[in-house]
Design a protein. Sequence first.
Length: 54
Amino acid sequence: MFGLFKKKSEKEKLQAQYAKLSKEAHSLSTTNRKMSDQKTFEADEVMKQLEKLN
């Protein structure tokens, strides 16, 4: 209950963004390969930011 108002850390935000971009890239891979590649690239950039935090 007390975690209800806890703010997400930068790491948690980046992990959520990475998961969202990866999911979008996977769903686009069957319909629009160019957009899928773009989302994959964006997800890789987010992963690089996550690695810098560690």
